[in-house]
Design a protein around this ligand. Sequence first.
Ligand code: ATP
Ligand code: MG
Length: 241
Amino acid sequence: MATHTEQLTRVAVQLRGLTRSFDGRTVLDGIDLDIPAGQFVALLGHSGSGKSTLLRAVAGLDHEVVGSGRLTAPERVSVVFQDSRLLPWRRVLDNVLLGTDGEERGREALAEVGLEGRERAWPNELSGGEAQRAALARSLVREPELLLADEPFGALDALTRIKMHALLRELWKRHQPSVLLVTHDVDEAIVLADRVLVLEEGRIGLDLTIDRPHPRSYRDPLLGEYRERLLAALGVTEDHA
Ligand SMILES: Nc1ncnc2c1ncn2[C@@H]1O[C@H](COP(=O)(O)OP(=O)(O)OP(=O)(O)O)[C@@H](O)[C@H]1O
Ligand SMILES: [Mg+2]
């Protein structure tokens, strides 16, 4: 098995001049980006800055992203959204297994996210946090090389969100996919990611490596410096006076 360092030398995602416009309005304006295999990247940006557009393009969900750009992504990609998108008429285990076989692996994935024993539950019997756990299990069962997540914890309460952060980081460590996590939460980005990007006027305006050990404390004063740089890049100052 490759060591983590060896793995990081392989590139999982490569974007060159990626451009996307809607009705003549340019949202992504020639984005260049390399994500090494196994790297955990967070993507910040104002509402409407094009985060979801970028993620959809990398996921291969945008069939109109053509023209000037070039995009390389791994074959096995999983996507997690803000709502779990579980099919209400299928039990939890069947949702996790959707389109795959190997019931045992599905059960394992559910156990990994703390949903052991809930295999036969219906999606509407799960809390919001549990449904997102099931969505994570569904993404894991495919052993993705790349995990794309678009504000996966955006609809959860603060406490559940903190637990989900620890869970996601643990799953990442065990499975080692590259991760591209879209979030509007600066603290979520710096606590989870090894690298934080800020999308700004269709480009990567800031590319920041977060060089702090894990698990990270939300109160680590050194993280405060990263927070300030990111907030500044987002045009937010903490001084509301
Ligand atoms: N299918 C589409 N047709 C037309 N315009 C679109 C389409 N998809 C996205 N846009 C526009 O592109 C811009 C970027 O949208 P996008 O959803 O990528 O933003 P975002 O950064 O994810 O925002 P948020 O933080 O609110 O989720 C917006 O102005 C949006 O209206
Ligand atoms: Mg979005």
